[in-house]
Design a protein around this ligand. Structure first.
Ligand code: 5AD
Ligand code: SF4
Length: 448
């Protein structure tokens, strides 16, 4: 079979939304180099693995898929294989990959992402292999060649890195210290996105609430200022953000969310554990009472605010009582959605060296309990929504039905007597629910 003369790329992305967005930047570089997107990795001329190392399972998946890429390379020796992101940034991993996977052409980390184009040139033009990991970012160089996925939503980085060093977490070691992007750059990027027709902008950062930027006139900007400024950008669009550390979310931020119509009434607020003893060991710097007080403060200003959370079960030394304390907080808050994780040992972190690691059977039992508990609470949340009206952004249409999210980030399926359009906001009345999914009907279109 004749091979297509157009060069094609395929990117495997693992992990969080930051990584998904970073892959859009890598795709931009590949397009500049004349590549187009392949439907599957088997037809690609370059395969990029943009990796995550937050849990062992993410790394195992990467290693499995690398095995598959090796077979593709045996069939097509011209295939270029690149691996980047958090996994090679982790101490010792790049060298391990070089040794165990000599078929990889380019290995680079999180801090030198902006040099991907140069590495690609080296491999394409000089036939050289590249292994380069920086241990810190030498200059904030934004890749402005972003090839965003089609749709109505776009991500915008407002800051990078994390200074928190939660004892279980590898992120500060692989993403480096906090760095805030300039407010002008953020506003400029959102302005262009809105002009291009994007309807939902998600501001991204490991801990957006510690955004801190000082301009050349010595004006200081915090996260509430960012929210305030970006919600004054003209146009018909909605703004979301993630992630917020509970210790850092301020009343000023919550008031801004309450006041500004463009800001979604939704906050992702990772709890991690409801046990004060475990929270201390996790180095989270709040206790369950302080967490609950933040939730009260949020609901005071924004009664119907969507609140979601992350919880880790099976942190070292976690007893049944500690786990029950987590369940108690989950019941008290009644989250709109919960992301549950089994604690995964990460070498180099403080928790990895702790005594009292929990066996996998107990971890699995606890996560199952938590999922079951949340399912019941989710049903309650869904029932509360019935009969209410809310603004939903139509993200896609399937068989004439609209799919989107409400102001508080709850997924809604809806129909209408009039034809629906993607990228439009509708006032939808919630009529029913199936499990935790909501169904509604359009009352009227919002805007033009
Ligand atoms: N094991 C399990 N879950 C983890 N997370 C971070 N590190 C670990 C780990 N070592 C979870 C946290 C975080 C989410 C993105 O991933 O809950 O909020
Ligand atoms: Fe990891 Fe904690 Fe930073 Fe979140 S705040 S990225 S959990 S260290």
């Amino acid at each position: 079979m004749m091979k297509d003369s157009i060069k094609k790329y395929f990117i495997h992305t693992y992990g969080c939304q930051m990584n998904v967005h970073e892959s859009e930047k890598l795709a931009g570089v590949l397009c500049q180099h004349g590549y187009v997107k392949a439907e599957e990795d088997a037809e690609a001329d370059i395969i990029v693995f943009n990796t995550c190392c937050i849990r062992e399972s993410a790394e195992t998946r990467v290693l499995g898929n690398l095995g598959h890429a090796k077979k593709l390379k045996e069939a097509n020796p011209d295939l270029i294989i690149a691996i980047c992101g958090c996994m090679p940034q982790k101490a010792g991993t790049a060298e391990m990959l070089k040794k165990r996977c000599p078929f990889i052409d380019i290995i680079f980390g999180t801090h030198n992402l902006s040099l991907f184009g140069e590495y690609l040139d080296k491999v394409e033009n000089e036939g050289k292999k590249v292994l380069e990991i920086w241990h810190e970012e030498r200059q904030i160089k934004e890749l402005d060649t972003i090839k965003r996925d089609e749709g109505v939503s776009a991500w915008v980085n407002i800051m990078y890195g994390c200074n928190n060093f939660c004892s279980y977490c590898i992120v500060p070691y692989v993403k480096g210290r906090e760095r805030s992007r300039s407010i002008d750059e953020i506003v400029g990027e959102i302005n262009s996105l809105v002009k291009e027709g994007y309807k939902e902008i998600t501001l991204l950062g490991q801990n957006v609430n510690s955004y801190n930027f000082v301009d050349e006139k010595n004006n200081h900007y915090d996260f509430a200022d960012v929210l305030d400024i970006v919600s004054d950008i003209e146009g018909d669009f909605r703004i979301k953000f993630m992630t917020s550390h509970p210790k850092d979310i301020s009343e000023k931020v919550v008031k801004t969310i309450a006041d500004k119509q463009k800001l979604a009434k939704y906050i992702h607020l990772p709890l991690q554990s409801g046990s004060d003893r475990i929270l201390k060991l996790m180095n989270r710097k709040y206790d369950s009472a302080q967490y609950l007080a933040k939730v009260d403060m949020i609901r005071n200003y924004i009664p119907d605010c969507g609140i979601t959370s992350d919880i880790i079960v099976g942190f070292p030394t976690e007893t049944n009582e500690d786990f029950e304390a987590t369940e108690t907080v989950v019941r008290k808050v009644c989250f709109n959605n919960l992301f549950t994780f089994i604690y995964s040992r990460r070498s180099g972190t403080v928790a990895d060296k702790m005594d009292g690691q929990i066996d996998i059977k107990t971890k699995r039992e606890r996560i199952k309990h938590l999922i079951d508990l949340q399912f019941g609470l989710g049903l309650r949340k869904a029932e509360e929504q019935i009969g209410k009206n809310g603004c939903v952004l139509c993200e896609k249409l399937i068989g004439g039905k609209g799919y989107g999210k409400s102001q508080n980030d709850t997924p809604v399926t809806f129909d209408s007597d009039e034809p629906l359009e993607t990228g439009k906001f509708y006032n939808v009345k919630i009529k029913s629910h199936r499990n935790t999914k909501l169904y509604g009907t359009v009352i009227n279109k919002i805007g033009d």
